[in-house]
Design a binder for this molecule. Structure first.
Ligand SMILES: *Cc1c(COP(=O)(O)O)cnc(C)c1O
Length: 389
């Protein structure tokens, strides 16, 4: 019997302890596990880098929530990227999106390049992909919902293009951080691996840095498990436990954040202080048809971005005027945050390139938390007034 999302979030990987009856699994800090005879461990564990009970529990629930067979946890979203990239042969070619997460771009171009990996970034991957695929292309890496302009990639379409080439050696990886497994499950749309920075919505409380990868392929799972152990970029038992606690409320948190984010996007769309709004949950969004197919209940998620009328000083003034939205990088937590991508998260990208993907000086990104919608809208309303004075 397959249960619904929140039932699985609460119960998968979380069973009462058979000896003490503790309903919540204990945090297992031991680095090593006793054996009864050389090479015969008492249970399924030997050494905590290879596997640990809290990590296993968390990996199980994540696999289930992503509709996958196998889950793997890493010390950060970036470590997850590193391990996936390390699984590619020397001299591989990667195709990705123009507004891919800055840290991913950095890893592809400044770390993976040292083992001969070459990457290309397309601002319209669905159109350009067929022409970009080369003989040594081994990876297509997209984000379901991109950052900070929140465009949505048609995952089934990307898969269709890869399949049409007849090539079986091209991995299709989706970074599903912005949507979260509650909103979409990339494996259902043809991805080979769904990866996350669990630092964001999955943990959801801005107190853990962690990453995950989920797949249905035993071959990929074996390769990544080998690298997880060999490289050792693993999360601590405590962080695994915290992230596991966090993910149990994923549907409640992402549901509430999406509800507020839609109301905020509608408010911004109607405001005279605003030039443009990016939110995939708005029926006016250019990607709404894809959202309807790819997202649960056409939800847009908890992130909204908009261009305030004015320049970067106006945007900065807005950030000085909010009382609830804190000025900080990151997203996906219970508390609302805001940032100016051109100065903060995307400052490293050359101006022409960032403007090409919609990151203008007056763009503001909101990560909507789970506070009451009305309070958030009032906070935005007074900050727009204050910034425009
Ligand atoms: C934050 C983030 C990452 C990197 O994750 P860390 O946990 O910070 O290492 C990767 N992809 C996306 C889309 C992110 O938002």
């Amino acid at each position: 019997m397959v249960h619904q999302f929140s039932t699985r979030a609460v119960h998968e990987g979380s069973h009462p302890d058979p000896t003490t009856g503790a309903v919540i699994p204990a945090i297992s800090l031991s680095t090593t596990f006793a054996q009864t005879y050389p090479g015969v461990p008492i249970g399924e564990y030997e050494y905590s880098r290879s596997s640990n009970p809290n990590r296993t529990n968390f990996e199980q629930v994540l696999a289930s929530l992503e509709n996958g067979k196998y889950g793997l946890a890493f010390s950060s979203g970036s470590a997850t990227t590193a391990v996936v990239l390390q699984s590619l042969p020397v001299g591989s070619h990667i195709i990705s999106i123009g507004d891919v997460y800055g840290g991913t771009h950095r890893y592809f171009t400044q770390v993976a390049n040292t083992h001969g990996v070459d990457s290309v970034f397309s601002s319209d991957i669905v159109t350009e992909l067929p022409a970009l695929i080369k003989e040594n292309t081994k990876l297509v890496w997209v984000e379901g919902v991109s950052n900070p302009t929140l465009s949505v990639t048609d995952l089934a379409k990307v898969k269709e293009i890869i399949t049409a080439t007849g090539r079986t050696d091209i991995l299709f990886v989706v970074d599903n951080t912005f949507a979260s497994p509650y909103i979409t499950n990339p494996l259902d749309h043809g991805a080979d691996i769904s990866v996350h920075s669990a630092t964001k919505f999955i943990n959801g409380h801005s107190d853990v840095v962690l990453g995950v990868a989920v797949t249905n392929s035993e071959e990929i799972y074996k390769r990544l498990t080998f690298l997880q152990n060999a490289i050792g970029a693993i999360p601590s038992p405590f962080d695994s436990w915290l992230a596991h606690r966090g993910v149990k409320t994923l549907a409640l948190r992402v549901g509430q954040a999406s509800k507020s984010a839609l109301k905020i996007a509608e408010y911004l769309e109607a405001s005279d202080f605003v030039e443009a709004v990016n939110y995939p949950g708005l029926p006016s969004s250019k990607d709404y048809e894809i959202v309807k197919r790819q997202h649960r209940d056409a939800l847009g998620g908890g992130v909204v971005s908009f261009r305030i009328k004015g320049d970067k000083e106006t945007a900065a003034k807005f950030t000085q005027s909010t009382k609830l939205f804190a000025l900080a990088e990151s997203l996906g937590g219970i508390e609302s945050l805001l940032e100016v991508p051109s100065i903060m998260t995307h400052a490293g990208i050359p101006v022409a390139a960032r403007e090409k993907s919609g990151v203008f000086d007056n763009l503001i990104r909101l990560s909507v938390g789970i506070e009451d919608t009305l309070d958030l809208i009032q906070d935005i309303a007074q900050a727009l007034e204050a910034a425009s004075k």
